[in-house]
Design a protein around this ligand. Sequence first.
Ligand code: PLP
Length: 527
Amino acid sequence: MDPTEIYLDANATTPVLEAARKAALAAMGDYFGNPSSTHSTGLQARARIDAVRASARRVLGATEGDVVFTSGATEGIQTAVLSALSALRGRDDVDCLLYGATEHKAVAEALMHWNQLLGLGLQVRAIPVSSDGRHDLVWLRAQAPRAGLVCTMAANNETGVVSDLDGIAHAIEGSPARWLVDGVQALGKVPLDLVRRRIDYAPFSGHKLYAPKGIGLLYVRAGAPFTPLLAGGGQEGALRSGTENMPGIAAFGAVLQALEEEHAFHDLVTLTGWRDQLARALLDAFPGLVFNAPLAQCLPTTLNFCVPGVASKTLLNLFDAAGMRVSAGSACSAGKAAPSHVLTAMGLPAWQAGAAVRLSFGPADSAALISQACARIRACGAALQGGGLPCATEETRLAQWLAENGGASPAPELDAQALQQLASACPGLRLVDVREAYEQRVCGAAAHLPSILCEAVPLTRLPDAAPAWLALPADTPLVFMCRSGNRSAQAAAALRRLGRVQAYSLAGGLALWPSRADSASGQAARA
Ligand code: PLP
C-alpha cells in the first residue's frame, strides 16, 4: 500500500493481516497438501482445516451445528437461501419470505432467484426500517406467522447500524420461519452468540476482516435444513464439494486466532474513541455535516454522513486528492449513480440518500492512522472553504458545452510510460489537470508528476480555456488528467471534436499513476 494512503473503506474490503499472509504462503508451500489425501501431507492439511474450524466455532459461539468454508458471503447466502427454500416446497403454512429493506443486495437477489427457480411463488417482502435504520419489529411480528424465511443482517455495511437481534428473535418467536443473519460486517466487532439466539444460518466473509478475498464461512444451526449448492467430491462433509481453498482457510484461521488471542485487534472502547475523534474532525471541517444514522447504534468503525450542498462525488474527489480512500456507499454499487437503497429505506430525503459518504476503518488500524486521518479531514475542510466549489450554473454550462462538443468516439488514452515518452519527444506538450480547485489545493499534480509542467484548469472552466488551446500549433500534444480518468476523457473528447487531433487523456488518472514505491521497485528491477 502507498505509505501516504489512508485507507478508510474497510467495509468494502481490508488489507490482509501480516499473519494471514504468512499462513496463506505456508499453505501454498510447506503445507500444500490436499486435505482429502490419506497420506501424511494430506493429513497435515486436514489437521489445519480442523484447527481453523474449531477456532471459528469458538469465535462465533457455534458450539454445535455446522461451520462450512465457502468462497465468501455471497455463496454462504445462496447456500442458506437454497437450503431454507428447498424445505418449503409443498408447504401451505407459509406464503412469504422476508428480508430487511437495508440488506445487502445479495440477500434480496438470492431470495428472488431461488424462489423463482424452485417455483415456490412466495411473496418476497422487505421488512421496513425506521429512520434509525432498525427493523420495524411490529411489522415483522405481524408478518412472521406466515413467513418461511426471515433475513436480517447483524450490522449494515453502508451505515454501520447494528440490528436489534434479540428484538428480532422475540418478534419471530413461534413463526415457522428459518432465520438468516448476515454476519459479515459484525465479525470481530459485535458478539453474535449464534447458538443462544437460535439463528439458523449465518454467512461470513474473510476479506472484510483482514483475510483474503475468496474465503468465507457459513454457520448452519443443528437441525436446520441443508441443501448443498455445490455437489461433487463430498468435501466439507458433503455440505460443500470442491477441493478446499487451503491458502484462504489458513489465512482466515490466522485472523480468527488473532481475534481469540486479542492481540491484533483493538477493543470496542478504543474503536469507539477513534470513531468519536473522526466524527469531531468531520464536524469541525464541514459545518452543517449530518450523520445519516445515530452513531450510538452503529458499529464503532463506520461513519455515514453528508454535507448539505456538497455532492458525494465532490467529497470523494476531495478526500481522494488528500490520499484518503472513502466511498459513497457499498462497494458493489459504487459505480452506480442511483441513491443508496439503504438510506432511501430509512426515509432520508433524496438529496441526502444521494450525497452520502461512508468512512469505515478496521479494528487492526492504529491510533496514529486515525490522528493523521483527522488532520487530513481538517485540511480537506479548509480546502473546500477556500472556494472553487462549482456552482449550479457552472455545472449546467459545462454539461451543455460537453453535450455540444462531447466526442462521439472516446479520445485515445496514454499510460504513464507513454506520457513520459511523448513529453520527451515533444517538449511543448501541455498537461492539464482538470480536477477542481479544492482537489488541487490538497494535492497539486506536481506531487505526482514532478517532471512535467502542468497547468490547472478545473473541468468547469474548460469552455473558457478551450479557445487558447485551439490556437496552439497543431503538433502540440494536449494531455488531460484527473483523479480517475473520467473527467479527463470528457475533456480530451471535447477538444478532439473541436478539431485538436493531438488531445489525449491520462489513462486511469492519478489513481493509476505509479507510486514512488512502484517506481523505486521498477528501477531496482531494471538495475
Ligand atoms: N453481506 C454484506 C453485509 C456485505 O457487506 C457483503 C460485501 O460487500 C456481502 C454480504 C458479500 O460478501 P462477499 O464479498 O464475501 O461475497
